[in-house]
Design a protein around this ligand. Structure first.
Ligand code: NAG
Ligand code: NAG
Ligand code: NAG
Ligand code: NAG
Ligand code: NAG
Ligand code: NAG
Length: 344
């Protein structure tokens, strides 16, 4: 456990160092752009690409993180959790143009058939979508020919995206344990309707990894995580306090509860899946669901808000974040969030 603590501390250090230039507030232009996007004509974007599923060998891009006590005797590997960072290519050939990486967490979550609960991001690394992401969340019955999964959000040019993905196994080589998956994605953008509200707010998240009462605790790790410079395969659970102001005794607004996994082989990047739970004021009892990719080496960090409850029913939006301070000795951090959501 000591090792995990050290890793998490280094992990937090990298997070803090690389977020120095992050921009936490949207400019007036961005706000206008956001409103226009939401009010504009519905635009549909279609994408087609392949994902290289390299399941074994020295260059494998899929790792087991944890398993249940019946995974090894289950015909469907029930309870296994994997982290993946697969290459996305323009054509089926792995040498064809790189478009991005398919990164995130998958869980073997069906006792009877081979079906995965997928929670991942398509992180574009070239072309016109470079730097943008799309978030996929759904059930994947991998033995079916065509599988449809929801696209629940995105960032960059895909802000406020929603859509669906159809995938099939283009080829699978059982000797190399290498699959090529074909994806066709259609996304449109949430449109603001007359009865919707736009709510904006700021808050500060207190991320405590040190001391007797940490609120961010590692819970599972791929064997490779200890050797990986990006801690690929480390998963942590968090229940961080959020407050109105930056001071530790500032008024409590709620908690940020959920998990994140290090899902990138190339950079320190986390797949985040958590809920903002309000415990005070007008939003008391309401929640916002956040799901997306947090690339710490990017100047600008942005996470999609993909849903909500209570006051935030049917919410869609964007959260931008920046570290206010970071203590490299303790590993603790204070992160400023700026959130814009459309809801009813
Ligand atoms: C693994 O990657 C290295 C470097 O790209 C390459 O030289 C090697 O051929 C790859 N090995 C396999 C089995 O694909
Ligand atoms: C797995 O754990 C559950 C709950 O602790 C227990 O009831 C079950 O017997 C275990 N199964 C095996 C195969 O060990
Ligand atoms: C990819 O390119 C390498 C060398 O550039 C070649 O050895 C390999 O066979 C190519 N792979 C495929 C699937 O075409
Ligand atoms: C993608 O964007 C990053 C960051 O702006 C840049 O460093 C990189 O060169 C771009 N890649 C391509 C292939 O355009
Ligand atoms: C928030 O809501 C809970 C549950 O309804 C209630 O117990 C609590 O007193 C409320 N807190 C405030 C500050 O209104
Ligand atoms: C950073 O954390 C260490 C260890 O908990 C503590 O001794 C130190 O005072 C902290 N530094 C600041 C600037 O808060």
């Amino acid at each position: 456990m000591a090792n995990i603590g050290v890793i998490l501390m280094i992990f937090s250090l990298i997070i803090a160092m690389s977020s120095v230039h992050a921009k936490s507030q949207m400019s007036k232009q961005e706000e206008a752009w956001f409103r226009n996007l939401c009010r504009g004509k519905k635009k549909v974007t279609k994408l087609h690409f392949y994902v290289q599923d390299e399941l074994s060998g020295p260059n494998k891009t899929v790792y087991e993180v944890s398993r249940s006590n019946i995974t090894s005797i289950s015909p469907t590997s029930f309870g296994q959790v994997r982290v993946l960072d697969n290459l996305m290519t323009a054509g089926p050939d792995r040498n064809s143009t790189e478009l991005g990486r398919a990164q995130g967490l998958i869980t073997f979550a069906d006792l009877k058939e081979s079906a995965l609960a997928m929670n991942m991001n398509f992180v574009f690394t070239s072309g016109k979508y470079n730097g943008s992401t799309l978030c996929l969340l759904g059930r994947n019955p991998i033995l079916d020919r065509d599988r449809e999964l929801p696209i629940v959000g995105g960032s960059g040019v895909f802000r406020m995206a929603q859509g669906y993905s159809i995938s099939n196994t283009y080829s699978y080589d059982p000797v190399a344990d290498y699959g090529i998956l074909e994806y066709t994605i259609s996304v449109t953008y949430v449109k603001e309707s007359d009865d919707e509200k736009l709510t904006e707010f700021h808050f500060y998240l207190h991320d405590v990894v040190s001391g007797r009462n940490p609120t961010n605790i590692p819970m599972a790790m791929a064997n490779a995580a200890t050797k990986s410079p990006t801690y690929f395969g480390l998963i942590a659970v968090m229940d961080d306090l959020i407050t109105e102001g930056p001071e530790p005794d500032s008024k409590v607004v709620g908690r940020a509860s959920g998990l994140f996994g290090s899902s990138s082989l190339r950079e320190v990047g986390l797949h985040m899946t958590f809920n903002i739970v309000f415990t005070e004021g007008n939003y008391n009892g309401s929640t916002l669901a956040v799901n997306g990719y947090n690339p710490f080496n990017n100047r600008y960090r942005e996470l999609p808000i993909v849903g909500g409850s209570g006051v935030f029913r049917l919410a869609r939006g964007v959260a931008t974040l920046e570290n206010v301070w970071y203590n490299s000795t303790s590993g603790d951090a204070l992160v400023e969030y700026h959130v814009m959501v459309l809801h009813y």
